[in-house]
Design a protein around this ligand. Structure first.
Ligand SMILES: [Fe+2]
Ligand SMILES: [Fe+2]
Length: 212
């Protein structure tokens, strides 16, 4: 997503520049009138504040205060948060269609971010450490999760089998998280030195930050 985000913003600025540069006038099409100074200043201050607030929220959500090498704890905390969303879903009944839709959206966002961190950083690092079998197994599970999301997207949230589908989905996530937390990640982490663990943590935080 970092790449997609960056390319989106670079596309925006590129198209802005090309429209403006079509004129040979030194004042581009985007020049503000003489009286626009204070307004522009206020607008920019607003953008800066918005950015700062968003940055702060993302930093908190991404747990950037986590200790330098604790990438596994960052991911385990995300597992817990994801399972908590499932528990809220399982506590709904078929009349709560709006709540179910909201929780499903939240779940998709949370899984998207988490899968990005693992698929772009942790699993490739596992393969680099000759743990390709585990990495492939785990990535295959992620594929099954996407299938669940697809199927839930096709279902009405008041469908009689909605809860059953959520229960099956939770089971998959729970055993996947268990394999990561109890088997694969501890073994992998133990084989890395402090600097390598710190590097993985920083990459996980970076990718999670862009996806938050
Ligand atoms: Fe995973
Ligand atoms: Fe995970």
């Amino acid at each position: 997503m970092a790449t997609r985000t960056q390319s989106r913003s670079s596309n925006r600025s590129t198209s802005g520049r090309s429209s403006g540069s079509s004129s040979s006038d030194s004042r581009s099409a985007f020049s503000w009138g003489d009286n626009a100074g204070p307004m522009l200043g206020a607008a920019l201050a607003g953008v800066a504040l918005g950015f700062a607030a968003n940055f702060g929220r993302k930093a908190v959500m991404q747990g950037m205060s986590a200790a330098a090498g604790d990438w596994d704890e960052v991911l385990a905390a995300e597992h817990d948060a994801t399972l908590a969303i499932f528990d809220k879903m399982l506590a709904t009944d078929e009349t709560q269609t709006f709540r179910r839709r909201m929780l499903l959206t939240k779940l998709c966002h949370s899984l998207d971010k988490h899968a990005y961190e693992e698929e772009m950083v942790v699993y490739p690092a596992l393969r680099e450490a000759n743990e390709a079998v585990d990495a492939d197994h785990l990535e295959h599970d992620h594929g099954q999760m996407k299938t669940f999301i697809y199927e839930l997207g096709q279902m009405e949230t008041n469908a009689p089998n909605w809860l059953e589908k959520i229960r099956e989905f939770r089971q998959l996530i729970s055993s996947h998280a268990h394999m990561e937390e109890e088997e694969v990640f501890p073994r992998f982490k133990e084989g890395l030195n402090e600097e390598q663990n710190a590097r993985i943590t920083s990459m996980v935080n970076r990718d999670g930050f862009w996806m938050a």
